[in-house]
Design a protein around this ligand. Structure first.
Ligand SMILES: [Zn+2]
Length: 301
């Protein structure tokens, strides 16, 4: 049995081409590397939807990390933002929220190359105590952003209690990540549009906005009439809508987010990523969506 590559004639011209490829081939190689080796996933929650970032059993973060990295590798995802999850027990109020944020910071410290971004959480119903926690998240824990999932937090996205929190977020230079899932009126995406107009110097990341046909169309309209909301790709319907969004709102407004919980794993094969890759976007648009927009938002480069 002879390996097929041994049958390839090893003549001088071929060796020369391999060792010194023309610029066009070098560029294609570089683009392919960028396309498939530097994919940044903006939407990875720590822990599970039920139980959040607080779990009791020993070694859960080790198991979480092992499973998460295995699935990232299998899908060619190099880096991810690790986000606090909601649904945690709050019998001790803000102390539980603080433990959740500590947990996110600890997880990021175990592998900051894989997880260059980590985002905590504050509860609007904790009132001004949340302002102190935002300070601690920024200065003590070095977190990069704040996640809200309003339907699990009991108040609408645009509730008055959100305003002082967003003022503090802006002052501290944190990034606000706000779920706007079509399944919840509390998370209606038009509520986020109100906040975006009130805080024109903040750039918001809308998570889950591209859920369902109706919500996706509304989100696209909002994208066209605002400048400071980016939209993640969680729940996105397919290549046709991805192209439409990029053509009408621009690739600088769309950010790859797979929506991953590791307990249990949300997926083995990331269909969202495959749809984006197959959507027929230009190399420049693809690079924006898969990597560059997230890096710019979090000032990673
Ligand atoms: Zn989420």
């Amino acid at each position: 049995m002879v390996c097929t590559h041994e049958a390839v004639p090893q003549n001088g011209a071929l060796l020369d081409l391999l060792s010194n490829p023309p610029a066009r081939l070098k560029n294609e190689h570089r683009l392919l590397e960028g396309r498939f080796m530097e994919i940044f996933d903006i939407h990875h929650h720590l822990g599970s939807l039920n139980g959040g970032s607080l779990r009791d059993e020993a070694g859960w973060q080790d198991r979480d990390y092992e499973n998460r990295v295995r699935i990232m590798d299998a899908n060619g995802i190099a880096t991810a933002a690790i986000l606090a999850a909601t649904g945690y027990i709050q019998a001790e109020g803000i102390k539980d929220t603080m433990r959740s944020n500590d947990s996110v910071a600890t997880y990021r410290r175990r592998d900051p190359k894989r997880f260059p971004v980590a985002c905590g959480i504050v509860e609007p119903l904790h009132g001004t105590r949340s302002l102190e926690e935002l300070e601690r998240m920024k200065h003590e824990l070095q977190l990069d952003g704040v996640v809200w999932h309003s339907r699990f937090q009991g108040l609408a996205v645009d509730h008055p209690l959100m305003r002082p929190l967003l003022k503090k977020v802006e002052e501290l230079g944190l990034v606000p990540l706000i779920h706007t899932n079509a399944e919840s009126n509390l998370e209606a995406v038009w509520r986020l549009e109100r906040l975006a107009r009130e805080f024109p110097d903040l750039t918001f990341l809308a998570l889950d906005a591209l859920t369902t046909n109706t919500n996706s169309q509304l989100a696209l309209d909002i994208a066209k009439r605002t400048t400071n909301i980016l939209f993640d790709t969680a729940h996105i319907r397919g290549g046709g809508f991805i192209r439409q969004f990029v053509e009408q709102a621009g690739s600088h407004r769309l950010v790859f987010g797979s929506l991953f919980y590791s307990y249990p794993a949300s997926y083995e094969r990331c269909a969202t990523l495959e749809e984006i890759k197959a959507a027929g976007l230009s190399e420049a648009d693809l690079a924006n969506v898969l990597s560059l927009n997230a890096k710019k938002l979090f000032k990673l480069e």
